[in-house]
Ligand binder design. Structure first.
Ligand SMILES: Nc1ncnc2c1ncn2[C@@H]1O[C@H](COP(=O)(O)OP(=O)(O)OP(=O)(O)O)[C@@H](O)[C@H]1O
Length: 378
């Protein structure tokens, strides 16, 4: 089913190459004007998704609709130049022997933009990306940020309905990358063009995307608004990706709506649990972030907090604060704190119940201590 306002609609898209499932049943919609960031590690299928949309590769199953037009399926395969999309590449791919005007006009004739309109279109595009008057410059006479904007203007020159970005900032050093990321985010909001932005960088996905689709091994692990990704990671894998570095194993003692009371070693902890099939006695894995953890001499009594006894093992200065490694039984837990704490000190670690998440854990991974605890509970 395709909704009326979706500029891109993908249904059960597959790309199998021999035994490799580069894409394995991906369905999503991008509403008009939205930038959707595609986030995931190397090999998860990000580039494959982009190439299939652009028509540079052919799916082995499923359908793609762009701007209401079906571009593949049942023997149909609309060629790249007839799809209303355009791509911005990693290295910007600006031809060094052409000036900005020639670069912008290059694709226009192939996409049927009338000769008489091309000069005016160049002026409009350069105004749009804040490069007015730079028609005669060559790429070597432009800064990295200006080159990026020329690359975007060139992609827009053929009046696409959807812009596809293939890790356009990954070759830059970190300071320039941050500045260009912010500039690009602002420009995309101003343009209001529908865009798909592929990256393996979490910060980039958050800055650029209104929503993020997290991909894992050719499938969608989660698709959500950026804040929801942090508030409600759908799986342990997504949780780890967005910074839930702390994990404890346990068993469900009791379920209450979206909550689970978990026995983890000697401790009982509350966690949010959206898996309603996870029942009393089931093995679980709870996760929480180092940020938001608090260390103190005495366990705080606030009812919204979980607490654990820990021993400080190591502290690492990270510029904006300290990362403190604490031991709790077999587990090493991380805490971010503004202040260091003495190694060897026994402390109470507190973290919000509402920022703690419980997930199903496979039985094989159950450590002896929790198996015994569960037997006692039973
Ligand atoms: N032509 C091919 N033949 C065999 N396997 C392929 C081919 N193209 C891609 N793959 C495999 O498909 C999977 C997805 O590849 P893809 O390039 O889409 O990943 P990616 O997320 O873009 O990775 P990266 O971030 O490294 O570019 C990988 O396992 C890759 O090895």
């Amino acid at each position: 089913m395709t909704s009326n306002t979706a500029e891109v609609a993908i249904h059960d898209l597959q790309r199998h190459i021999g035994a490799v499932r580069a894409l394995d049943g991906v369905s999503l919609e991008i509403p008009t004007g939205e930038t959707l960031a595609v986030l995931g590690p190397s090999g998860c299928g990000k580039s494959t998704l982009l190439r299939l949309l652009a028509g540079l590769d052919t799916p082995t199953g499923g359908e793609i609709h762009i701007a209401g037009q079906k571009v593949n399926g049942n023997g149909l395969e609309v060629p790249p130049e007839r799809r209303p999309v355009n791509m911005v590449f990693q290295d910007f791919a600006l031809w060094p022997h052409m000036n900005v005007k020639q670069i912008l006009q290059y694709g226009m004739k192939y996409r049927g933009i009338a000769r008489g309109r091309r000069d005016q279109r160049v002026t409009e595009l350069l105004e749009l990306v804040d490069l007015g008057g730079m028609e005669k410059r060559y790429p070597r006479e432009l800064s990295g940020g200006q080159q990026q904007r020329v690359a975007i203007a060139r992609a827009l020159a053929t009046e696409p309905r959807v812009l596809l970005f293939d890790e356009p900032l990954s070759n830059l050093d970190s300071q320039l990358r941050q500045q260009m990321r912010d500039d690009l985010a602002r420009l995309l909001r101003e343009l209001g063009t529908t865009a798909l932005y592929v990256t393996h960088d979490l910060q980039e996905a958050l800055a650029l995307g209104q929503r993020v689709v997290v991909m894992q091994a050719g499938r969608i692990a989660q698709i959500d608004e950026t804040r929801e990704l942090f508030r409600k990671p759908a799986t342990p894998w997504v949780a780890e990706l967005v910074g839930y570095a702390n994990t404890l194993d346990g068993r469900i003692l009791r379920r209450e709506d979206d909550w689970a009371l978990v026995q983890a070693g000697q401790q009982t902890l509350w966690a949010l649990c959206r898996d309603h099939e996870l029942a009393d006695g089931d093995a679980t894995q709870i996760m929480f972030q180092p940020r938001g953890c608090r260390l103190s001499q005495q366990a705080p009594q606030e009812s919204n907090l979980n607490t654990l006894p820990v021993q400080v093992e190591q502290q690492v200065f990270e510029g904006h604060g300290w990362r403190i490694n604490c031991r709790h039984g077999q587990r090493l837990l991380q805490v971010h704190d503004a202040l260091p704490h003495d190694a060897g000190a026994g402390m109470a670690l507190a973290f919000e119940k509402a920022a703690t998440h419980a997930y199903r854990r496979s039985e094989e991974a159950v450590p002896v201590e929790t198996t015994e605890t569960a037997a006692r509970i039973a």
